[in-house]
Design a protein around this ligand. Structure first.
Ligand code: SF4
Length: 263
């Protein structure tokens, strides 16, 4: 889940997701955070939003009730709420399309129990809204989940319903989570021991150990990004950076990288 960045002519706040956008492709950042061009919702987003809500609510139940059937029910209940919202209304052309999507979604959710056992722990935080001032940089976002491991150290987990990348490409996916770890250190004074990407589609769990040196480096990286975004806002220069992401980018049809012919 993301929080939109408010950007007039200088940067006021930044979310980990939008910071990742700028790092990947400044033009993508411009479309999303500056021009605020809405993206069409997809069945994948619908699945992600609904699964996040179901997984969040699973931990409202007592430990013994956190079963696969209960998670499936929570998914159905969450979808009943979400499908009625303006954003997702009429997403499926036919009832059969929606039914098949539901079946696939429950199969993915069943994978969750092969990665971890929700009856063995209680999260410290879920859907934690964060706004932290890092010496002049206001960073905001929503963290999926935080737990304490057996030795009491903090562990941050992010749920993913998309397909897990191969391990060699997984490191960039930790970018936003390292920012959240930085925010947690700023808020609590404790350095999280680990960040985890939990991919239901795989299923795969990627884990990355965290220490202060990494978070100091992330702070410097974020500061450089913030300055680069400020420069881009001042000059209006948001160069497109074409790459593999373009194949999934909602803005491809209007992106200068694909619509402007070379001189
Ligand atoms: S189509 Fe590619 S280059 Fe253009 S905004 Fe999207 S990611 Fe960036």
């Amino acid at each position: 889940m993301t929080v939109e960045t408010t950007v007039p002519d200088t940067l006021h706040t930044l979310s980990p997701s939008r910071a990742g956008d700028f790092k990947t492709c400044p033009q993508l950042f411009k479309f999303r955070a500056v021009d605020r061009i809405p993206e069409p919702v997809s069945i994948h987003q619908a699945r992600g939003t609904t699964a996040h809500l179901a997984l969040q609510r699973l931990f409202d139940d007592p430990i013994e009730a956190r079963t696969p059937d209960r998670l499936f029910d929570l998914f159905r209940e969450a979808w009943t709420e979400i499908r009625a919202t303006e954003e997702f209304r009429g997403l499926f052309p036919t009832v059969e399309d929606e039914r098949l999507w539901g079946v696939e979604s429950l199969e993915l959710l069943a994978n969750y129990f092969t990665i971890e056992d929700p009856t063995r722990f209680d999260p410290t935080e879920r859907e934690l809204e964060m706004v932290e001032d890092l010496d002049g940089m206001l960073i905001r976002g929503i963290l999926d989940r935080m737990d304490r491991d057996d030795t009491g150290r903090l562990v941050i987990t992010d749920y993913k319903t998309g397909k897990a990348p191969p391990e060699t490409y997984a490191l960039p996916a930790f970018f936003a989570l390292k920012i959240y770890a930085l925010l947690i250190r700023n808020r609590t004074g404790q350095t999280p021991a680990e960040v985890r990407l939990l991919y239901l589609n795989g299923p795969t769990l990627y884990r990355l150990g965290i220490d202060d040196r990494q978070l100091d480096a992330m702070d410097s990286q974020l500061r450089a990004l913030w300055a680069a975004i400020d420069r881009a806002l001042a000059t209006g220069r948001f160069p497109p950076r074409p790459g593999r992401l373009c194949d999934w980018c909602s803005y491809r049809k209007i992106c200068p990288a694909w619509t402007t012919s070379p001189d």
